[in-house]
Design a protein around this ligand. Sequence first.
Ligand code: IOT
Ligand code: MG
Ligand code: MG
Length: 524
Amino acid sequence: TGFALTATPAGRRADARAGKRRIPRFATAGRVADVEVRAGDWWWTGSVVGPDASSACLSLAVDGSLAVLLAGELYNQDELAGALGDPGLAEAGDAQLLLACLKCYGPHAFRLLNGRFAALAADGGALVAATDHCGGVPLYLTAVADGRVSVATEAKTLLAVADVGAGGHPVAGLRAVRGSDGVHQVPAGGAVVAEAAAGRPRTRLVRTWTPPLHRRYLPERQALREVREALERAVHRRLRDGPGHTAVLSGGIDSSAVAALAASADGALHTVSMGTDLRDEFREARLVADHLARTRPGPPGPRHTEIRIGTAELLAELPWTVWASECTDPEVVEYLLPLAALYRRLPTGRPLRILTGYGADIPLGGMHREVDRPAALDDAVAHDMDTFDGLNEMSPVLSGAAGHWTTHPYWDRDLLESLVTLEAGLKRRHGRDKWVLREAVADLLPAETVRRPKLGVHEGSGTTSSFTLLLREHGVPDARIAAAKGAVVRRLYDAVVAGAAHPDEIDLAHETKAALAGQDAAGP
Ligand code: IOT
Ligand code: MG
Ligand code: MG
């Protein structure tokens, strides 16, 4: 789900209507609908996109001078309703609940939310554009000199609704987006507040979350109990449209733990595993799926599907992956490519709610297999928590391009804070990586799964090797493969995001050649 809207100060409604508006082309699949809403002292005009089904994570609430448009969902409705002193609000719907929070707390309401969302809100003259604690639903913004502010969940669509040519302003505290003048990304845990009264938009950034820097030592048993309970809650909060949720399962500890906890609450859980002709983790994933089918009470057992994709077909998904994720980091694109390819091969017809194990390796230092000293492991965790913002690796558009919604329990705000702050010796312990997680769920999974060494999605699917082979075929020497991958990814980004081309129009071989030629021209 997503939106691309321009907010115009209400006194200038004519401008809102007259503005040259093109229908934006979202990567998110679904029905695109026009919007024109009076929101506080603003007019919101533009488009929203979402599936028609009831699982649509897109909602609007308007009440007097307050308005909220929410693309995404909340996971702590009970806490919020408690804070507002009205338990009934927990069931009111997420946009309505957020509106009640705004009425009480103003823009600081966003500090209370545990969710996966991008939101636009109006409170009288104040306009607030916010994303969740991890920027889980990316949000882009441009402020134009005449007081209008445009916001969109996909950078490429902002160019269609905003008159960026009229001179986008730099916005203090926001990162400019590559190749798109005047377009900025709202940082993870950030809410941009703009005031309507000003002739020029006066904007300020309110920080609503920041990765914790402190660390806690807990006795083993207490750490295990805390992680188990937080993971259980994070998974259960995300089972909303059931039965029949989907879990993407590699058979590694992260996704297996999610699948096991989801299966205990959803008897019709569907697990799915992808592989290529080069490599797969089918045996490891099947082991978990069979175990869950055996150990869960009563029929029906979880259904499990294997999807094998040829390497050429996989690489053909590169433009789609960049189009959906709007990511320019070649390593992250290698993690996302197999998942994007998988999402596009799931059954269509009804939007699926997909749980992943994505992100567990960041707070637990799982990607850093070489590191064994606690000091170095904690450095790596701190670095990764400092640098994830803007990579868009959690973006729902990756599956949204196929019409499905993803949610990542490990980046639930409560669980993430618990995992990040654990002292590094609890993460790597007794010679094992991600020890605290492995032990916390050991009773739910086969012993082999609990002990299984980490394998990245880019490795287990053969993605890294396929991309490397493509470049070798183009004559790139091994020492320059990594740089060449970066050049190709940025070239694709410039075509499908900044250049607004559709991924199906992209000729990968041609773009690869052009990217490599550009690199040669630029020198080593
Ligand atoms: P990995 O942890 O292997 O996979 C991430 C998730 O993708 C898994 O938990 C699972 O839900 C799904 N998945 C992986 N492989 C398959 C498969 N073959 N079939 C179906 N589903 C699968 C990279 C990584 O190692 O992935 N992701 C890291 C973090 C990246 C680093 N980012 C950063 N420093 N900002 C992660 O933590 O997930
Ligand atoms: Mg993982
Ligand atoms: Mg893995």
